[in-house]
Design a protein around this ligand. Structure first.
Ligand code: DMJ
Length: 656
């Protein structure tokens, strides 16, 4: 969507019409004199004409003084002037001295200001005025986020173009993700959404000209990271740039996008996926190996032989969509077999350990958490269901994913949710030793994806109001949405509790059973200082997106304006503490002190996710509507099968 410039029309207010205001006879005469032809032509008048003017003015003064003395008891003139909706009463004095002063007073420069399109006292117009103010504020905020994105991109372009990531302090690039220019591909659809066509061109042409040789030459990449960032980014760019005609009208773009032909993005995506497929085909089970050597088209497990549960279960949105676009089912088949296999494995109230073995196909270890290595397993259960329900994978039924999700969320509520003391923040803890071990009150920032996921699951991407009207929400959905809002608050307080206003990577929470004399966030005005413990090793911030991601989703679904304010505070904290003058934004080593020590890395997800979600948060909800698009775990929007979304409403209509 284009960044809309603020026009004078946007800023224009309606003004009271001075014609209808009460005026004294004195004013009538003097204004007549001042607005006469004499005044208009005065620039060219001679001395004689000027003297004649003064005489007329003198006569007018004597007449008015006489008239006023006769009506002095009633001479108090009250003017009601409405300034920005407030009514001010100005009482004018009386007497000849006052009249003399008034004679020389300049006429008012502007009539009094009214709220836009109406007068105070009319509620619906006042509400509309408020709404306009809000839209205007949002446009300003969106522009600020787009400026931040440009600053991040410029730093990357100047010092690291073609590398995976920017090291903004040492002003160079680093290939931490296998060397496919990850920042470029991760950023492209954000630039499209913001309507930044010059960046769309720069990124687009790099992908057209340079990516093929990288795909041919580069070595080892991680299957999951490459899928969510690079494959997801290419597929989303294809869709948003109009590759799939049927969806381009829906996403809300107001800019004609430049860059290569969309088919280029699809070609690159397919080339990459063909190389990644070996991770599935060389594994003895449906669980893919974690690493692929691109140039050799070979794959191997991680050094410890294990894959992360979240990694193997967060490939399906991308591979399935590629199958749909290419007409070749092999991508979707391989990825969906993973979930079909996971369905058959034993779980603990729907919860799963964070490791899985591609050799045995079984979970490994007991550790259960929704933070690192566990997170997007839960996210994709509901998102893949949203994407494919109604369309089905090769006609198959994906309702098992919704069932797995519902069971898992029950497990989360039964086993992982507690409240902190003394102030009662609702947080998601861990079971490091599995079902028989004890609860551990640690929550990664990564877990802050959960409010957004819960809200999506509860309303299927519709607003809460619409979902309620359509009778789509069960009691459980309503409970889940409430839980989403509670956890959202906790995630926000993880930011608000620190001196910098930025969250640490990990927080621990005080509970009845767990006390630790750890560090506090440092913001003395936070009422949650005693609830949240920040350990020394956890005080860093990597510019992560999860909290603003959930703010975006929750705002779309609940329409509660507090989420806009929370997002704006977080954005301003990023601006104050992570912006690097020479270009880019840096991670931080410690969010609890001022100035915070910096870390020399700008993660690709800051451009791909954090700034995108902030931009969308402040924008129009018709852009990428959540009942038509699903965001992959790296914030790349992919279209939802139309039938799926329509089915919700038809089946409800039929049932009722
Ligand atoms: C991103 O790469 C993805 O959101 C992933 O699912 C989790 N970690 C990072 C962002 O924090």
């Amino acid at each position: 969507m284009a960044v809309l410039p603020i026009t004078s029309h946007d800023l224009q207010s309606d003004y009271d019409n001075a014609k209808f205001r009460r005026r004294s006879l004195f004013k009538v005469i003097t204004q007549a004199v001042l607005t006469s032809n004499v005044r208009r032509n005065c620039g060219s008048c001679g001395v004689g004409k000027l003297l004649a003017l003064l005489m007329i003015a003198g006569l007018a003064f004597l007449t008015v003084a006489h008239t006023n003395s006769g009506i002095s008891a009633a001479s108090e003139i009250v003017q009601h002037i409405n300034v920005r909706g407030e009514e001010k009463v100005i009482t004018e004095g009386h007497g000849n001295a006052e009249l003399l002063k008034r004679f020389w007073r300049k006429p008012p420069r502007l009539p009094p200001k009214l709220p836009p399109r109406g007068k105070a006292g009319n509620n619906s117009l006042a509400a509309e005025a408020h709404n306009q103010q809000h839209i205007l504020g949002s446009a300003v905020r969106q522009n600020k986020v787009a400026e931040a994105f440009r600053h991040a991109w410029t730093g990357y372009k100047n010092y690291a173009m073609g590398s995976d990531e920017l090291m903004p302090l040492s002003k160079r690039g680093v290939d931490g993700l296998g060397g496919l220019g990850a920042t470029i591909v991760d950023s492209l659809d954000t630039a499209m959404i913001m309507g930044l066509n010059d960046i769309v061109q720069e990124a687009g042409y790099w992908i057209e000209k340079k990516l093929p040789e990288r795909l041919n030459e580069k070595g080892q990449v991680n299957l999951f990271e490459t899928t969510i960032r690079v494959l997801g980014g290419l597929l989303s760019a294809y869709c948003l740039s109009g590759g799939e005609n049927e969806t381009t009208g829906d996403w809300g773009s107001r800019t004609k996008l430049d860059g290569p032909n969309p088919a280029i993005y699809l070609e690159r995506a397919q080339d990459l996926a063909d190389r990644l497929m070996v991770a599935f085909t060389s594994s003895p089970t449906p669980i893919p190996y974690s690493d692929v050597v691109l140039r050799e088209r070979s794959a191997h497990p991680a050094p410890d032989g294990l894959s992360s549960t979240s990694e193997v279960s967060s490939l399906q949105l991308e591979f399935w969509y590629l199958s749909k676009l290419s007409g070749n089912p092999k991508y979707g088949d391989a990825a969906m077999h993973v979930l079909e296999h996971l369905k058959t494995l034993p779980k603990f109230e729907g919860l799963v350990p964070i490791y899985i073995s591609p050799h045995s196909g079984h979970f490994s270890g007991q550790n259960i958490r929704l933070g690192s290595r566990g997170d997007s397993y839960y996210e994709y259960l509901v998102k893949v269901w949203l994407q494919q329900r109604g369309a089905g994978h090769g006609g198959s039924d994906v309702s098992y994913l919704r069932e797995m999700y519902d069971e898992a969320i029950k497990g989360v509520k039964n086993r992982l949710i507690q409240k902190s003391i003394p102030k009662g923040l609702v947080f998601v803890g861990e079971l490091p030793s599995g079902k028989d071990g004890s609860f551990y009150p640690k929550m990664d920032h990564l877990v802050c994806f959960l409010p957004g996921t819960l809200a999506l699951g509860a309303t299927r991407g519709l607003t809460k109001q619409r979902a309620m009207e359509e009778g789509l929400m069960t009691i459980e959905d309503i409970e889940n949405l409430k839980l989403a809002e509670d956890i959202m608050k906790t995630c926000y307080e993880m930011y608000s509790v620190t001196t910098t206003g930025l969250a640490p990577e990990i927080a621990h929470f005080h509970t009845q059973k767990f006390y630790e004399d750890g560090l506090q966030g440092g913001n003395k005005s936070s009422e949650f200082l005693d609830d949240i413990i920040i350990r020394y090793a956890d005080r860093h911030n990597l510019l992560r997106p999860e909290t603003v991601e959930s703010l975006f989703v929750l705002h779309r679904i609940t329409q509660d304006p507090k989420y806009l304010e929370w997002g704006w505070q977080i954005f301003q904290a990023f601006e104050s503490h992570t912006k690097v003058d020479s270009g880019g934004y840096s991670s931080l080593n410690d969010v609890t002190v001022l100035p915070p020590p910096r870390r020399d890395k700008m993660e690709t997800f800051f451009l791909g996710e954090t700034l995108k979600y902030l931009y969308l948060l402040f924008g129009d909800s018709n852009v990428l509507p959540l009942d038509k698009f699903v965001f992959n775990t790296e914030a790349h929007p992919l279209p939802i099968s139309r039938k799926g979304a329509e089915n919700d409403l038809t089946s409800q209509t039929q049932a009722s």
